[in-house]
Design a protein around this ligand. Sequence first.
Ligand SMILES: C[S@@+](CC[C@H](N)C(=O)[O-])C[C@H]1O[C@@H](n2cnc3c(N)ncnc32)[C@H](O)[C@@H]1O
Length: 268
Amino acid sequence: MGSIRIDEALKRAKEQLKEVSERPLFEAELLLAYALGKDRVYLHTHPEAEVPWHFWGLVQRRAAYEPLEYITGRVSFFGQEFLIEPGVLIPRPETERLIEELAPWLRGDERVVEIGVGSGVISTILKLKFPNLHIVATDINPKAMALAKKNFRRFGVDVEVRFADLDEGVGECDVIVSNPPYIAKEFPLPPNVAKYEPKEALFGGERGDELLERIIGRFLRSSAKILACEMGFDQKEAIQRHFGDFDGKLVFYKDLAGLDRGFIARKR
Ligand SMILES: C[S@@+](CC[C@H](N)C(=O)[O-])C[C@H]1O[C@@H](n2cnc3c(N)ncnc32)[C@H](O)[C@@H]1O
């Protein structure tokens, strides 16, 4: 086969991505722009330009359900571009809500522990918003810890990363924030998630809320004043149960789809 022009390649790639993507042309454009090292505007201003062969390898990977973010190594979160790698959970837009909900409760100089740092998006955005926070971020996945450190360097924020089960051994803090794994073990996931994303970032146990229950228990026994967590859309009642006769404020928030998605708890 001879060389192929950008406009034709996009048509073909769109066909190949129709099964896996709701926006096949857009994703084909992102992959081609990535393959060329150009932005998407270039594709439209140079429709006759030649397409490099390795573009088709990228399209094949995406057609096998690999998430676009793992192929390009980039993910957008809270208006910023973060590095992402296979083996680390791809941050989701709904997690931006956790930061928006927590922000008004902060003075800006607290000691914060983030449990389950993943790629580091939550701690990074918190530090960019509140540079005087002192944040320690934990994970049990060394790949996540290494990537979080890269993202902290990328944004020039100072966050300490520790290998720890939840906040074990981290010491006292004022605020705990977490987007923990909260999916139930048997919950059916789409192939891009099930095949490619790390299990320890997704599943919270048989019911799903086991890790949240442990985090709440540790918060209640600690001297921390505030706990902010993302949770599953059907876990509000379970969370209320885990708080028992909590003597403080417990506020739930919803995601952009109107589903229960998290909570902020503040002790008296
Ligand atoms: C849902 S991901 C969230 C990642 C990132 N904070 C975000 O919002 O995109 C949950 C993270 O918790 C980590 N994790 C799972 N169990 C843990 C535990 N017992 N202690 C600390 N981190 C844990 C996983 O490795 C994963 O990186």
